[in-house]
Design a protein. Structure first.
Length: 584
């Protein structure tokens, strides 16, 4: 029964349909409603439909206080109940996130092992909300936060989905901190899993297990480096990830760099955590986005979206300063190196042809030509400066400074391997077998090699290198600045006792200038969404380090200590071969 409450004036009606709120309001109120709820299409006509949880109920209650509507007694009670539930949830979560909060005794951890309080804080938050994107700065122990979240029996068994080179590292961390039993998935097709607490299935094998999702019984799912799912559920691994996440009562995504390219990726990532938490795709684009390059969508106000994610407890972000870690940030140095004209000239005719197709070809031709042009130009640029990069590396090595060298193309690796042969370089890229990758890490950590060449997108999450190395050099660039951040975090993390130098060796020709420009746009999107309440962090850039190393090289001596002998640590495994053009 619908009754008019004791309002002198009403502006329409409102009712619960069973799955959403339906509002039929007067024209001027409709304008105001669309301003406050941007998910309503600007061209839509009444009645409007709004679906959502307690937060929506609280917002609608506030709106109807200003513009009273005809509503049934039952629906008034429903709306008031949602508002009360929202306020209760906010109060409880606010208490957890307050500085005065003290974590309860953490059950399930081995012996005297305990997570830090901020790690327990993240665990408690995701247990209350059921989904969370944990965006803590790299090196703050998101792995331990995840273990703390799922260690209780109510959240087991759990599924952990890491990148392909990290299952062994996850199994070791779980064994180090808990008594939970783990199993690493070995095949891309389902087989009978042993009775364990945590199953670890890398993204590269997840698609084959999609039919197992409904009967799996996993109460928790953890997506490590969740930016792997930025292409959405339209991919095979994305469809499988969604199938598992929809069955779980707790879904946790981990990434300090969830946005690799443009802001639109955040919708796809959050949709794995909770379907519809940012509305449907069209609502999201209409409310938050504007057209960007290449058919992508830019988030118009990244900071506003970032604060929305934090306020709604969809995401949580802590930095070093937030948790009292006063380590200095990496010293970023951009250094211009010469390049050989010949590699660029050799491909000039083909690149000119492709460039013309990019500009004037058909739709299909433009797309294919753009990919090939990018591939050729970046490859030619890498080859053109490869010997000059190697010469720069020799200065660092002669100063007894082990180097993590990052690149992309196999031909470039070959030049580096040849030019730096006396230093016994080793490879950690998309082509090595698990055994070869283990040998690479072991050789670098033990001091048998002074140069580890790592593919730009092969090292995310890898731990242990900070014990040997403090210098990372980018001999080639990635389209995403967040890839660079992931690489730097292999060295700039807890356990590092020295200041880290991140050196970008760029050419003033070829693809490098254009890539640097795109990185700036993407970083502006990512920073606003991931860390909306802080100003862009000041980058340390002290080029005197290069001069000091050059002087040491010329003098033939170094004040830098010789590398310590370190026992090899975590095992690693092969990851998929990476594409040669920008990944989106």
């Amino acid at each position: 029964m619908t009754e008019q409450l004791s309002f002198k004036r009403t502006y329409g009606s409102m009712s619960w349909t069973g799955s959403a709120w339906s509002l039929d309001v007067e024209p001027h109120v409709a304008i105001r409603l669309k301003q406050i709820f941007p998910s309503i299409n600007k061209t839509a006509r009444t009645p409007f439909t709004l679906a959502g949880g307690p937060r929506l109920g609280a917002d609608l209650k506030w709106f109807t206080d200003r513009y009273p509507l005809k509503i049934s007694t039952e629906d008034v009670a429903r709306l008031s109940g949602q508002k009360t539930l929202f306020e209760t949830q906010q109060s409880e979560i606010g208490a957890i996130l307050s500085p005065s909060w003290r974590p309860p005794a953490q059950a399930g951890f081995r012996g005297n092992m305990r997570p830090y309080s901020y790690q327990t804080q993240a665990a408690e938050l995701v247990r209350r909300t059921g989904r969370l994107l944990l965006m803590d700065e790299m090196g703050l122990g998101k792995t331990i936060s995840a273990i703390a979240a799922v260690v209780a029996p109510d959240f087991l068994p759990a599924l952990v989905v890491p990148q392909t080179h990290l299952p062994g590292q996850w199994a070791e961390k779980i064994a180090e901190f808990t008594n939970l039993k783990t199993h690493i998935v070995k095949k891309t097709t389902p087989y009978e899993l042993p009775p364990v607490d945590v199953v670890i299935c890398p993204y590269s094998k997840l698609a084959g297990w999609i039919d197992y999702a409904e009967s799996s019984g996993f109460k928790s799912v953890v997506f490590d480096e969740i930016q792997e799912l930025r292409s959405g559920s339209g991919t095979a691994k994305g469809a499988a990830a969604q199938a598992f996440s929809r069955q779980a009562s707790l879904v946790l995504g981990l990434s300090g760099t969830p946005i690799y390219n443009y802001g639109e990726e955040i919708w796809r990532i959050c949709d794995f955590l909770e379907g519809g938490c940012l509305g449907d795709w069209f609502d999201f684009v209409r409310e938050w986005c504007s057209p960007g390059p290449g058919g992508k969508w830019l988030v118009s106000e990244p900071e506003a979206l970032g604060t929305y994610l934090l306020e709604n407890h969809i995401a949580l972000r802590r930095t070093r300063r937030d948790v009292g870690d006063e380590r200095k940030f990496a010293n970023t140095i951009i250094h211009t190196v010469p390049y050989d004209e010949q590699p660029l000239e050799d491909g000039a005719a083909m690149m000119a042809h492709l460039a013309r197709q990019v500009i004037s070809g058909s739709f299909t031709e433009r797309g294919q030509a753009a990919r090939e042009f990018d591939m050729l130009l970046r490859h030619a640029t890498g080859v053109a400066k490869a010997k000059h990069v190697a010469a720069f590396i020799k200065v660092l090595l002669a100063a007894k400074q082990p180097v993590l060298l990052c690149g992309w193309h196999r031909d470039v690796y070959d030049i580096w391997m040849r030019e730096l042969a006396e230093y016994k370089p080793v490879l950690f890229t998309g082509s090595e077998s698990p055994k070869q990758k283990r040998a690479t890490v072991d050789a670098f950590l033990s001091g048998a090699s002074d140069v580890m060449i790592m593919s730009l997108r092969s090292g995310a999450g890898l731990d242990g290198l900070q014990a040997r190395c403090r210098t990372i050099v980018f001999g080639e660039l990635d389209w995403s600045g967040k890839v660079h951040e992931q690489c730097i975090a292999r060295l700039d993390r807890p356990g590092q006792t020295e200041d880290v130098d991140a050196i970008f060796l760029v050419a003033d020709g070829g693809s490098d200038p254009g890539v640097m420009g795109v990185i700036g746009l993407k970083n502006s999107q990512a920073h606003g969404i991931v860390d909306p309440l802080s100003a862009p962090s000041d980058q340390r850039s002290d080029s005197t380090r290069i001069r000091q190393l050059a002087e040491l090289y010329l003098r033939g001596k170094s004040h830098l200590a010789a590398p310590p002998q370190i026992s090899p640590t975590s095992a690693v495994s092969v990851d998929d071969q990476q594409p040669l053009f920008e990944e989106t």
